[in-house]
Ligand binder design. Sequence first.
Ligand SMILES: [Zn+2]
Length: 353
Amino acid sequence: MNDDTGAQRPQRNIQRFGRRTMLRGAALGAAAPLIPAAASATTASAPTSSALTSSPTTASDEAGRAAPAAGSASFRWLGTSGWRIDVDDRTVLFDPYITRFKTGLFDGAFNPGTKLEFDPDLVREHIGRPEIVLVSHSHWDHIADVPYIAKTTGARIVGTETTFHLLVAFGVDPEQISVVKGGEVLDFGGITVEVVSSLHSRNKRHSYFAPGTLNAPPAAAPRSIGDLPEGDTLAFQVTAGSAGPSAFLMGASDFAERAVQGLTPDLAMIAVPSSTATSRYVPRLLRALGRPGVVVPVHWDNFEEPLSKLPRHDPAMDLDGFATQVHQETPTTRIVIPDYRTTFGGDMRPRTL
Ligand SMILES: [Zn+2]
């Protein structure tokens, strides 16, 4: 998760993104530096943030690198920090959390004793036939559906030692899990996965929910969300083929600056912070990444609403402020606000199927 309890959630009413009408086709001109894919059919308020109305630029301008070719890769947001990436007929999942059960987190009554659950039919609907599943950390909103996916698809799971022990406790075959630390560059023959040592996000008290690591399986299979410690956090850079695109994938809104330096992804899926506890998060990250041409904010949605609905903006996440900071640091970067229903091409432009 990207925050700790509902108690820390401000009651501010930030709805500009959620309620703006940005008709997808109309927003797709190359001149738009920010492309919200989410469309609301019922409201019509003009964008107000300076980041959203800036002068026409494209991702190939001088400050950002050239926009990647669409290639054969496609990207589907699974909500929270999750992605389904398809490269030709091969599928990679990152932090797939599809079941999205209620914990009280968004109602001001967070219950760490909430029982884990998963919805097999719903999960199957979204995952395709994954070959690789990358897990950033072991909080429930990243790992809760992974045991089912691992057991039913046989996919290779890549994650921390803590993720390994938890999945084994859930009954996943240990041979199916690759433990990584950060620094590994894994060659899957046409898909390259670089593992990046990373950090978990912090709330305004500079702490976070359920820290801790496991060096051995827990005594019993985890039953509640409080049984799933963070277990250190990873980021990943996935590169399709030799020409890309390459996508930097985050599961939480902090990072190890020197581990990120020089990655230069085409696309950066960046977790929106829930506090200002991490100093200069956005500019430091963008510079370390080499000012990617496309930034896709993630982990800003209410992850207890079903994926069948439009994303609901978590009011704790200052998405407008995030976009403004990105724009200030790299004015030519294209910011793409994803939704749950769009398949994006390798350039993060909606793909017509
Ligand atoms: Zn977390």
